[in-house]
Design a protein around this ligand. Structure first.
Ligand SMILES: N=CN[C@@H](CCC(=O)O)C(=O)O
Ligand SMILES: [Zn+2]
Length: 410
């Protein structure tokens, strides 16, 4: 066989649901890569003969290979920070109270309106580097800290540029309906008109977004306003997603399911009817333990119901300056288990195959299978559960992206 590279002396957690057993494990395995794709994967003993003199052979020293990690929900492009609000919350103010008083998302909006593209790009690049060091190879980035056409476009352009200049692939999501900007304080419907009639066409004209998202909540947008934005996005051929049921049960997830959303995100207050609705539409449930932890929420997402209805669970960092200032996908694996009681296997599915489903990229990413893009990591661990069990000593040894061995940033 003629391959570009071969990996041996590894165990592989393929996360391929066609392979029986936890994590889709192939022990004592080998992987062959050709033209940026997985060309062969299976037990080392069955590896077909190849030209050992002409093919680079990488030895994993008995370590584990998993698919490259996918962080499917971030707000990673932003300026400033909200440490002062952290202090206010420690003195008793709530996230919703701070938002109602004009802080919260709006304070980051002010910082983003003032920042130029170069500054936002550099901040984003450093954050992607932090994720890359722990094995992340694909990231979703939302806008939503502009809330006017000019700044929303600026944030999405930066997100696209990051994807072009960094080895991490970036999926972009337009979240113009993230909060009501001060200019429209008493007229949210008029702001929604702007999102639909001005921002969305401009975003589409520049091909800046793969998906559209809305924050459906009593401190943000109503069900009716959410439906208007998601329907317009769907008619334009974009994927749709929703921040839903984070602080209250507004019925956003059922609406998102009706419209065929790829995911509903947060969902602490989702009830059984909502879980049933998303299971029927094939919508993923994106769980965000970082926000649950940082806001010291007490209402747990309905994990048992999600299992019962076989809804694919996704785990993401929700990295943002307000509710989850935690730029670590690996830490989310641990939090998903400790806070939400997911199994380590469910947590790993949540940052690989299920994350890929929630972004509509599972046909070429999210698991290690022949024909998929060769995005994978070598870890210095003795069992895949270790990725969720421990945190702090980074076990990521090597990352392969589109078949290239990546020199990880320091
Ligand atoms: N819930 C809405 N949006 C973000 C928070 C953004 C912020 O507070 O800046 C989230 O996903 O948690
Ligand atoms: Zn979010």
């Amino acid at each position: 066989m003629s391959w570009d590279q071969v990996w041996i002396d590894v165990n592989v957690a393929t996360m391929d649901t066609n392979i029986q057993g936890a994590y889709g494990v192939i022990p004592q395995a080998a992987i062959a890569v050709k033209d940026g794709k997985i060309a062969w994967v299976g037990p080392r003993s069955e590896l077909p003969e190849f030209d050992v003199l002409a093919t680079p052979v990488y030895r994993g020293k008995g370590g584990w290979i998993t698919p490259g990690l996918i962080d499917a929900h971030t707000h990673l492009v932003f300026a400033g920070n909200r440490a002062h609000e952290f202090e206010q919350r420690l003195q008793g103010a709530t996230y919703a109270e701070i938002a109602r008083a004009g802080g919260g998302i709006i304070s980051t909006v002010n910082a983003c309106r003032d920042a130029d593209e170069a500054e936002l790009f550099e901040l984003g690049r450093q954050r992607l580097n932090a994720l890359a060091r722990e094995g992340v190879t694909t990231v979703e980035i939302k806008s939503g800290y502009g809330l006017n056409t000019e700044t929303e476009l600026k944030l999405l352009r930066v997100a696209r540029e990051l994807g072009e200049h960094h080895h991490i692939d970036v999926c972009t999501t337009f979240l113009g309906a993230h909060a009501i900007p001060p200019e429209y304080k008493d007229n949210a419907d008029a702001y929604i008109d702007l999102v639909i009639n001005d921002m969305l066409p401009a975003v589409i004209a520049e091909n800046l977004a793969d998906a559209v998202d809305v924050f459906c909540e009593n401190i943000a947008f109503s069900i009716e306003q959410t439906e208007r934005v998601l329907t317009a996005a769907k008619q334009a051929g974009l994927q749709i997603k929703l921040h839903a049921e984070q602080l209250t049960n507004m019925g956003g997830s059922a609406l998102a399911a009706k419209l065929g959303a790829k995911s509903v995100d947060h969902i602490e207050f989702l009830d059984e009817a909502g879980v049933k609705a998303i299971s029927e539409s094939g919508t993923c449930a994106t769980l965000l333990p970082g926000a649950f932890y940082f806001l010291r929420e007490t209402q747990l997402p309905p994990i048992e119901l999600l299992r019962q209805y076989k809804v694919p669970m996704v785990i993401a960092s929700d990295f943002n300056p307000g509710s989850s200032p935690i730029c670590s996908t690996l830490l989310m694996l641990n939090m998903a288990c400790t806070l939400f009681r997911l199994t380590p296997e469910e947590a790993l599915q949540g940052v690989t195959i299920n994350a890929a489903k929630s972004l509509g990229i599972d046909n070429h990413l999210g698991s290690i299978a022949v024909g998929k893009q060769a995005d994978f990591c070598l870890w210095d661990i003795t069992t895949p559960a270790q990725l969720a069990y421990a945190y702090g000593v980074n076990p990521c040894k090597t990352v392969v992206k589109k078949g290239q061995v990546i020199a990880l940033p320091h």
